[in-house]
Design a protein around this ligand. Structure first.
Ligand code: HEC
Length: 109
């Protein structure tokens, strides 16, 4: 019991250290991805690999016109048309671009 609690604490602290060390925007984007996209598109690794870096650029151009259109008629439409997406788009783009399918980068989770 006591040992597993210690292990749990060590794990939590390890994750905290990992999340603070990388670039702020990419972390924010990853957080928003997990919150708003994972439900339908799977983990960040899987989601970011949906598109190449150029494609992510296109999808997020003009305030996300293309990605918003892709979600018309899905359960995510209100999110994409709302203020939350407007606020988060820039960070989401940074995260998804960083780990795009042709980036050679793989996120930690
Ligand atoms: C409610 C479920 C749902 C959520 C939440 C959701 N999506 Fe989607 N997404 C879909 C569906 C359905 C499609 C259309 C699938 C298709 O065209 O093959 C789609 C399509 C896409 C596509 C286009 C893929 C392609 O190859 O054309 C991208 C990129 C994408 N979503 C990214 C995201 C991102 C980033 C988020 C979070 C900000 C997100 N989605 C949130 C359901 C969702």
């Amino acid at each position: 019991m006591r040992n597993s609690a210690t292990f749990f604490m060590a794990t939590v602290m390890g994750i905290a250290v990992m999340t603070t060390s990388a670039s702020a925007d990419i972390n924010k984007g990853q957080k928003w991805y997990t919150k708003n996209c994972k439900e339908c598109h799977g983990t960040g690794t899987k989601g970011a690999a949906m598109l190449t870096q150029n494609e992510w650029d296109d999808f997020f151009a003009k305030n996300g016109e293309v990605i918003i259109k892709k979600h018309v008629g899905t359960k995510a439409e209100p999110y994409f048309n709302g203020d939350r997406f407007k606020d988060q788009a820039e960070h989401l783009r940074d995260f998804l671009f960083e780990y795009g399918s042709d980036s050679g980068n793989v996120p930690a989770c």
